[in-house]
Design a protein around this ligand. Structure first.
Ligand SMILES: [Zn+2]
Length: 404
């Protein structure tokens, strides 16, 4: 069944506030250079209030003079202090913008600015940026999340989930499932048109996995990412996104290369950002990402592919493992080959894999919870066999061959 990390919202809120205050107190205890600046916004009974009681010589209240607070904080930091500055959220950008720009940013001064009472977090960027913003908004229990994609490379934008990756291994180490999706996903076609074509294509690879993974969950009454069984409408969205890839994907790539807005380009943006996000979340995931995550466990191998590129090959592996028809494999492999998504290990820059490396990948893939979302037992032999057979089929298609 789907493994998921869930959080108690009220618990998170009280824990976050307490953890913040405790961390400030710890820094005051540990570092003689620690300074805390604030603006009439620390309640004596709060966890940060303890700091004021025990370390009054390190706490400076600027009242309602936020610009002075930011300027003085920058000066203290330049003098070698570790400064934590707490300001009401709206007043920070509205009243102290000049000091943030001139005193802090321009001089590259390290001042920790804590927006107190902020209600909205805006994430502008790709999947990892947006996932970080969604996770931060959830953990801080902010009311609103606004997402502005700058590439159409993954289905992270509309999803409530945030994938957290390890710094060293690049393996996904945590999936944070917020109870709510972003409040606004603002898609500007012109921004996406100027994004690298390879990332646009990568988004199609991520979208390709949505129906393939979701269908297995639906057919076998497995949980979706919200902990329930998906609806018919959810599956219809996933199926539509899958069909639209084959219908518009090749055209869309050509349009993207010419920076030309066309119906096909817009259709694939809808697929990559909206439909794939809704599709995977509401139907559930199966082995579609796991084979890719397995490759990330390889030591001393360059991480060459983007998320969606690796997922495209991973989806091929899943289809091979579950005995998909020649017709379906032919459709998927042709599509991937035509738009430039990986269908072999060579395409992933993982040539000449040793037996030991296959072993590492296979074990890492088997460690992924979702790979077991199948109606059959997913064994070591099945995963290893799927890796090798999927790669062989990919070579067949690169050489102009066909399964039909
Ligand atoms: Zn993905």
């Amino acid at each position: 069944m789907a493994a998921k990390t869930t959080y108690d919202f009220d618990m998170m809120l009280s824990n976050a506030r307490e953890a913040y205050g405790e961390e400030l107190y710890k820094m005051a205890c540990e570092g003689k250079d620690f300074v805390f600046t604030f603006s009439d916004n620390v309640a004596p009974s709060s966890s940060a209030g303890k700091l004021l009681r025990d370390f009054p010589e390190r706490c400076f209240n600027f009242g309602i003079a936020e610009p002075d607070q930011v300027g003085a904080s920058a000066g203290l930091a330049l003098a070698g202090c570790t400064v934590f500055s707490q300001i009401f959220g709206p007043f920070l950008p509205l009243r102290a913008a000049d000091q943030i720009h001139t005193d802090i940013a321009y001089n590259d001064v390290k001042v920790r600015l804590k927006e107190f009472g902020a209600e909205t977090l805006i994430g502008i960027g790709g999947g990892k940026v947006v996932d970080s913003v969604k996770a931060a908004a959830f953990k801080c229990r902010l009311l609103n999340e606004v997402i502005i994609p700058t590439i159409a490379a993954t289905d992270a934008y509309t999803s409530a989930a945030s994938c957290i990756y390890g710094e060293e291994t690049h393996m996904m180490i945590e999936a944070i499932n917020s109870p709510k999706n972003p409040d606004l996903v603002l898609v500007d076609t012109e921004i996406l048109l100027n994004a690298p074509v390879r990332q646009f294509v990568s988004g199609m690879g991520d979208a390709l996995s949505t129906y393939v993974g979701g269908l297995v969950c639906q057919q076998n009454y497995l949980n979706n990412h919200h902990g329930g069984v998906g609806t018919h409408s959810a599956l219809a969205i996933a199926k539509l996104s899958y069909d639209m890839l084959f219908q518009y994907g090749r055209q869309a790539k050509l349009a993207a290369e010419k920076k030309a807005i066309s119906d096909a380009f817009n259709a694939i943006i809808e697929v990559n950002i909206l439909m794939s996000g809704m599709g995977f979340e509401n139907n559930g995931s199966s082995s579609d990402h796991s084979f890719y995550f397995g490759t990330l466990a390889l030591p001393n191998r360059e991480e060459y592919v983007y998320h969606g590129e690796g997922v495209a090959f991973s989806t091929c592996c899943q289809l091979v493992m579950q005995g998909a028809s020649n017709e379906q494999l032919d459709e998927v492999y042709r599509f991937c080959r035509d738009v430039g998504l990986p269908i072999t290990f060579d395409d992933m820059h993982l040539s000449d894999l040793t037996d030991e490396e296959f072993d590492i990948m296979t074990r890492a893939a088997l460690d992924q919870a979702f790979i077991h979302n199948q109606p059959f037992e997913v064994t070591y032999e099945k995963v290893l066999g799927a890796y090798k057979a999927a790669d062989a089929i990919g070579h067949l298609y690169h050489e102009g061959g066909s399964l039909l």
